[in-house]
Design a protein around this ligand. Structure first.
Ligand SMILES: [Fe+2]
Length: 394
């Protein structure tokens, strides 16, 4: 039997293989702190004060007051209540031959990516899962979702970190999140657990990057934490209300309660019985550090291990994620984890250079070539079957 050290070495080699679309390195979003350069787009609003409203119904009629003063529970009740109010899980019509495709990180702010989306072929019997980071602009987000809606029978979406960036005088990141959910509901994009044709359940998993892998409850109660500079400044274009984020710095996206807030939105799905159906889940962030090969400091801004624990409980046959722009296809303890990021134009040559959708369900994929034999390894104490992949030439 191979030693743990040799298994780890093998894991490292496999991950290099998985992440090596022609020998690339992990492509990360920029780490610069946008607050260092004041501009018309820089968020400069002061931290909101903590004075929880006594009546949610009353405060929601006054958005200014609600969004600046609401307590953690009020924010959570409003957004979780909105998700609960949507008619779901409900069974939608889905052809026997219907497929579910996946992609993430479309970044349609890039003209090249927008053109890719425009030229994407119509799959009118199929569904597509978009695992976050379409863009930051609400106007472009609406246009991109409309475009996807015109090409697929069903569109599933969760916001990534880029959607929750905000700007001077704009909404805070939770307000924007709420606006995005409402937009999706309005145009028929699915943001809640949904049953397709009696055979499969598609489950969005809300999350935020967080170094802590403890329980959601522990994250919620964590008032003080040690953070690296990267964790303090990454996604500083977000702005979190004091009751959810860091009371000292609304632009601190690494504050553990932020992750806890999103993870709490998954509880209803986790307590639902989807027996008899294949479960396909999706979220933006990496569910485990095993999906990236980088330093612990950088892994912390990529991963949400607490969501990884939720996924283990959900036990999907497939989980789709994005964020690191490093495409991968790996089976861990029976769950197939796929990242199929379109990526940013500045990543050119490093990511999805052939820009194809990957078939997530039924799980047998024909969209890429396996360039090596699947092999078993040990990742974070769990058995993984790693399949190095490369895109088919089109
Ligand atoms: Fe991202």
């Amino acid at each position: 039997m191979a030693s743990l050290a040799s298994m780890k070495a093998r894991k490292s080699n496999h991950l290099v293989c998985l992440m090596s679309n022609k020998g690339n390195k992990s492509i990360l979003p920029p780490l610069s702190n946008p607050l260092g350069n004041a501009s018309s787009d820089s968020p400069t609003m002061p931290p909101p004060t903590l004075s929880p409203p006594s009546n949610l119904a009353a405060v929601t009629s006054s958005h200014e007051d609600f969004w600046s003063d609401a307590s953690y529970d009020s924010y959570f009740d409003l957004i979780d209540g909105f998700l609960a109010s949507l008619e779901s899980p409900h069974e939608l019509e889905f052809e026997e031959s219907g497929k579910i495709w996946c992609v993430s990180d479309l970044h349609v702010d890039c003209a090249e990516n927008q053109e890719w989306l425009r030229q994407l072929s119509t799959q009118s019997n199929d569904a597509v899962i978009v695992a976050g980071d379409l863009c930051t602009s609400m106007k472009k987000l609406r246009a991109a979702l409309d475009m996807l809606q015109s090409k697929f029978k069903h569109v599933f979406f969760v916001p990534g970190n880029h959607e929750l960036w905000t700007y001077r005088g704009g909404p805070n990141s939770l307000q924007k999140f709420y606006q995005i959910l409402k937009l999706c509901a309005e145009i028929g994009v699915h943001v809640k657990p949904t049953l397709l044709g009696g055979r499969v359940a598609v489950i969005p998993m809300y999350s935020w990057w967080c170094p802590d892998n403890t329980s959601t409850e522990s994250l919620t109660n964590s008032q003080v934490q040690t953070q690296s500079d990267v964790e303090k400044t990454f996604d500083a274009m977000c702005m979190w209300p004091a009751s959810v984020g860091d009371p000292e710095n609304p632009h601190n996206s690494g504050y553990s309660r932020v992750a806890a807030f999103f993870l709490g939105l998954n509880q209803r799905a986790l307590s639902t019985d989807f027996a008899g159906r294949d479960i396909v889940s999706f979220g933006h962030f990496l569910p485990d550090p095993c999906h990236c090969s980088t330093t612990p400091e950088l892994a912390s801004i990529l991963c949400c291990p607490a969501m990884g624990k939720q996924i283990q409980k959900l036990n999907p046959c497939v989980h789709i994620f994005g964020h690191s722009h490093v495409n991968a296809d790996v089976v861990i303890d029976g769950t197939r984890f796929i990242q199929n990021a379109l990526g940013h134009s500045k990543d050119k040559g490093h990511i999805n250079s052939n820009k194809v959708l990957v078939q997530a369900w039924p799980s047998q994929s024909t969209d890429y070539l396996s360039i090596g034999q699947p092999s078993e390894s040990l990742i974070s104490g769990r058995t993984a079957r790693l399949t190095p992949i490369e895109r088919k030439m089109t």
